[in-house]
Design a binder for this molecule. Structure first.
Ligand code: PEP
Ligand code: MN
Length: 294
């Protein structure tokens, strides 16, 4: 990969093992991507109602999540499928943040939505389908809000890094990359989680790298093993779809975890993280040695 074309995203010129730490959210309730502690983002695919979002937000926070996800504008294969509650969902997300303290991330699909979404959300998600929408990349680059950039369904690692460079070149250095599975000939899974992309990206860029095992596997039973693989391979965090009643979800129910399954997964990941010299903050458990001694 030519670092000439990636002056901002590339690791070249930086001391080894000096990844960027990207802090999202207000002081006191912020989540850090790229630190020793893993960033856990959880929530429904779509914001479906105020009650379901608040219930999910409280449950994922109690389980150890540091950030809430929830789609307001949904890219759907069919134009007749649920496409999100739009601005009403943004207001519900802001209410969930006020109720729980969790910063929120939500997808922005169109340059015309960037200002509005940036007024409500702590982080702007650019989805897989828009990874090479260069006008959108430039606009979120100008928005001054951290960006979660998901890998396109058929994008190479190099193309993902160049997409990040577009955001950075427009003035926004706070970019987190997300491996969410790529399209292959395999049909047993929704996508194929490219585990190797994690160490490849960590070598090429200083930007944090998180993994979305939900869209990679496409089935709830695959989320835990893929999440475990991601943590073991060095991911800086995870973004996981959680729904209070997955069977009733308006989008991506098949791959959504129940709140109880999410809590169980966080507990299962903690020793895997520890074995990799990373930390998962379990609720009620002091996070760091210094806190234990305090
Ligand atoms: C999502 O996060 O709900 C989503 C649509 O993801 P992706 O863009 O990775 O498909
Ligand atoms: Mn989804």
């Amino acid at each position: 990969m030519s670092s000439l074309q990636l002056p901002l995203a590339s690791r070249t010129g930086r001391a080894p093992h000096t990844p960027s730490e990207i802090v999202v959210g207000a002081a006191g309730a912020a989540v850090t991507f790229g630190g020793r502690e893993l960033a856990l983002v959880a929530g429904p695919c779509s914001v479906e109602s105020r009650d379901m979002l608040l219930e999910t937000a409280r449950a994922v926070r109690a389980a150890g999540a540091g950030m809430l996800r929830g789609g307001a504008y949904k890219p759907r294969t069919s134009p007749y499928a649920f496409t999100g509650l739009g601005e009403a969902a943004l207001e519900i997300l802001a209410e969930a943040r006020a109720a729980t303290g969790l910063p929120v991330v939500t997808e922005v699909m169109d340059t015309r939505q960037v200002d509005l979404v940036a007024r409500h959300a702590d982080m702007l998600q650019v989805g897989a389908r828009n990874m090479q929408n260069f006008a959108l990349l430039a606009e979120v680059g100008r928005a001054g809000v951290p960006v979660l950039l998901k890998r396109g369904i058929a994008a190479t690692v190099s193309e993902l890094l160049h997409a990040a460079e577009h955001v950075m070149a427009a003035g926004n250095a706070r970019v987190v990359l997300c491996e969410r599975g790529i399209r292959t000939f395999e049909t047993a899974t929704r996508n194929t989680l490219d585990v190797a992309a994690i160490p490849v990206l960590k070598r090429e860029t200083h930007l944090p790298v998180i993994v979305d095992p939900s869209h990679a596997g496409g089935r709830a039973h695959l989320v835990a093993p893929l999440a475990a693989a991601a943590v073991a391979a060095g991911a800086d965090g995870l973004i996981i779809e959680v729904h209070p009643s997955p069977a009733d979800a308006l989008s991506d129910g098949e791959q959504s975890l129940t709140t109880a399954a999410f809590a169980a997964l966080v507990r299962r990941l903690a020793p895997i993280a520890a074995a990799c010299d990373r930390v998962i903050a379990l609720p009620g458990v002091p996070r760091r040695r210094e806190e234990l001694c305090a």
